[in-house]
Each structure stands twice: as C-alpha cells, then as structure tokens.
Design a protein around this ligand. Structure first.
Ligand SMILES: Cc1ncc(COP(=O)(O)O)c(C=O)c1O
Length: 379
C-alpha cells in the first residue's frame, strides 16, 4: 500500500456536500431577503413566490411556473393535472428516489417500472414499449444526478401512444438536452428545492413548470384547496403552497445558480481528467449534446461498499444514491417483483457512489479524493 493511502489524522475532512460554505458566501444577501419578508408580514402566496414562479419558468424556458410545498407535491399535482387517477398505470424508472414512485402511489395509481441505461442511469426509452398497457396514463422520466434523460425517443413514443410526459427535474435544474433546457422537454416538469439540491431552499419547496396554461391553472387551483375563487372550491384540493420565506431565499440563490453550475462543471472536468489514469472506476458518462449539471458526481465500481469504508477512514464523504431500486423496496412488495426483473437498476444500486461535489470544492480536495480511490483500486 502506498504512503498516500494511509489514513492521515491531520488531513481536513472532505465532505460530500457543504452547504455551510455556500451560506458563508451569501449569508448577508439571504438575511436581507428574509428581513424583507418579515417586514411585509406576508408569508404565503405573496409577491416573492409570484416573482420566483416567473424567474424559474424563464430559466426552464417555459411560460408558467406554479410554486408548491415540495418536489413530491409537484409530482402529485402534475400527475393529477395530467388526469392520472386511482387504478391508472404510470411508467417510471426503477432507479430513482422513492418520491417519483410514491407520488404515483399517493393517487392510488400503479407505478410500472422500466429499467435504466447502465451508462447514464436514466430510463431506457426502449423499455417503454415493453411495459405499456391499455391502462397506462402517463410517463415520468427522471433526469438523475443532473444528467438529462434521452427524451426525444420518449417523446416520440408518448406521442404515438397519446401519453403525457412529466419530467422529474428535481436534480437537473439548469441542464439541457440538445440545446433545450430540462423543464421544457415534457408536458410538465417538477422541481424540488430541497436544501441539498443545486438550487436549494432553507426548508421544503418545489415547483411545477409547464407551457400549458390549462395544466398550470389547474395546479394553481389544486395547490390551494381547489379554490377557484376565495372560499369557493370547485374540486377537492389540499394545501401544497410555497411559502414566502423559501421563495425569497430561492430568489437570492437563483442569482448565483449559473456561477455555481459552472463551478460544479469545472469540478467534474477536473475529476474526469484525473480519473483517466485510474482503472476499474467508471466516471459519469455524458452523451453528445447533453449538458450535465452534476447535482451528483457519481462513479461506479465493483467493490463499492469497501471503497466507501476506505474513503470514510480518510475522512472523505460519499453517499449511495440509491442502495435499493424501487421495485425491490418493501413499499412495492405487493407488485410482486423479484431480483433480476430490472438488472441494470439492480447493478447500479450495488455499484454507484457519489463523491464530494459542490461549487466550493477545491482542486486539491478533488485530487485527494481521486488519489484515495486510486490507492483503493491498487489494493
Ligand atoms: C429525483 C427526485 N424526485 C423527487 C424528489 C422529491 O423532492 P422533495 O424532497 O422536494 O419532495 C427528489 C428530492 O428529494 C428527487 O431527488
């Protein structure tokens, strides 16, 4: 084992993410924005949320944005607005965060899983034809880790089958596919502003963006108890509103997003450069014409759990997103899936590891991470 592979008790930790560094840089701006909301004493459905809706819709290249309580709310409301009801089937990838599936289940609909492409971790468009049935009512695609899914063949399939496409864009705000921004690719797109996302609030928040005025208006009504006029509800709804403090925080952060995105992409380029010399590790693959925003920088490696342990001994943070594919979660036991049903998702769940990635990460830290991994693969 080389000298550099020894755990160095004096080495500074390299966390997997570092929100404190970001707050250190923009804290003053954030406090001014929060004070503005405090002075207004308007906390729900006010000017901050309305302005954020316009700004996010514009970033995503669409006409409408509707602020909601979380990314999960956004998915449930987008599905409802697309007409999904109890008993319907919805196609979605088996390798994603559980919320993609639980939004479908929350409506009493049935998630129908599709396997992923092993090199991008995103839904395999060829799977859709195998899984579609007369009960299929919608398709959710996920731009996992910040890399757009290959949407053109999916849109062609959806058009042929007259199915709406919902983008789960929780992880890929700012990304693009053949020059088109994620969020503008399907009938509606769902954003999460969970604190660790590339654009993260200081609590829960989310948004649905869409070019459809009808769909957006329906979601605007549904997020507020189905009210079409004050204290007049036209259909059952719920409270899925975005609050003003989160909106104000997000508007400050939005001003920095393109710089942060460039910094993430530069960090990824540095990782990729250094990984060229390391065998046995598969770094992220970005197809031609796809722009990755590196919400996560995720490698795959056969002895993943041992590597994670090795890194943690060297005070290097890493996370497994996600250790269980959806079809093997106890939540979906009633669907009767078994090991082997979605082999690419299952293998990804065993082999992926997300390395430190945030805008403030330095070249020296990246070098330390790659050096540790190089030492690991040698042993
Ligand atoms: C792919 C994906 N979908 C949906 C969600 C749900 O978003 P939220 O946590 O804001 O409800 C998340 C994030 O947590 C996510 O990563």
């Amino acid at each position: 084992m080389s000298a550099s592979s020894q755990a160095n008790p004096l080495a500074e930790p390299v966390p997997q993410m570092n929100l404190a560094a970001q707050y250190g840089a923009i804290g003053a701006e954030i406090r001014i924005a929060i004070d503005r909301v405090m002075a207004s004493q308007q906390f729900v459905l006010g000017p901050e949320g309305a302005a954020l809706e316009v700004e996010i819709a514009s970033l995503c290249g669409v006409a409408h944005g509707v602020g909601v309580g979380s990314g999960t709310d956004a998915l449930v409301l987008a599905l409802r607005a697309c007409g999904v009801r109890a008993g319907d089937e919805v196609l979605l990838p088996s390798f994603t965060f559980v919320a993609t599936g639980s939004a479908v289940s929350a409506l009493g609909a049935k998630p129908v899983f599709a396997d992923i492409r092993p090199e991008t971790y995103n839904i395999d468009p060829a799977e859709l034809e195998r899984r579609v049935t007369p009960r299929t009512r919608a398709i959710i695609i996920v731009h996992l880790y910040g890399l757009p899914a290959d949407i053109d063949p999916i849109l062609a399939f959806a058009k042929a089958h007259r199915l709406p496409v919902i983008e789960d864009n929780a992880q890929a705000i700012g990304a693009s596919y053949k020059g088109r921004p994620t969020g503008s690719l399907g009938d509606a797109a769902c954003l999460s502003f969970y604190p660790t996302k590339n654009l993260g609030a200081y609590g829960d928040a989310g948004m649905v963006v869409s070019n459809s005025p009808e769909l957006s208006e329906r979601i605007r009504t549904l997020r507020n108890h189905g009210q079409t006029a004050k204290y007049f509800s036209s259909e059952p709804g719920w409270n899925n509103r975005l609050d003003e403090i989160q909106a104000a925080v997000l508007r400050v952060k939005l001003r920095h997003l393109s710089n942060w995105q460039r910094a993430r992409q530069a960090n990824a380029a540095e990782y990729l450069r250094l990984f060229r010399e390391v065998r046995g590790v598969m770094p992220p693959f970005v197809p031609e014409g796809f722009e990755h925003v590196y919400h996560q920088f995720t490698i795959r490696i056969e002895r993943r759990d041992a590597l994670q342990q090795f890194l943690s001994e060297r005070k290097i943070g890493s996370t497994v997103y996600y250790p269980y594919p959806l079809h093997l979660q106890p939540l979906y036991a009633s669907l009767g899936h078994k090991v082997g049903d979605f082999p690419h998702s299952e293998r990804a769940a065993q082999e992926v590891l997300s390395l430190p990635m945030y805008p403030e990460l330095g070249k020296e830290q990246i070098a330390r991470v790659v050096e540790a991994i190089a030492d690991f693969v040698k042993c």
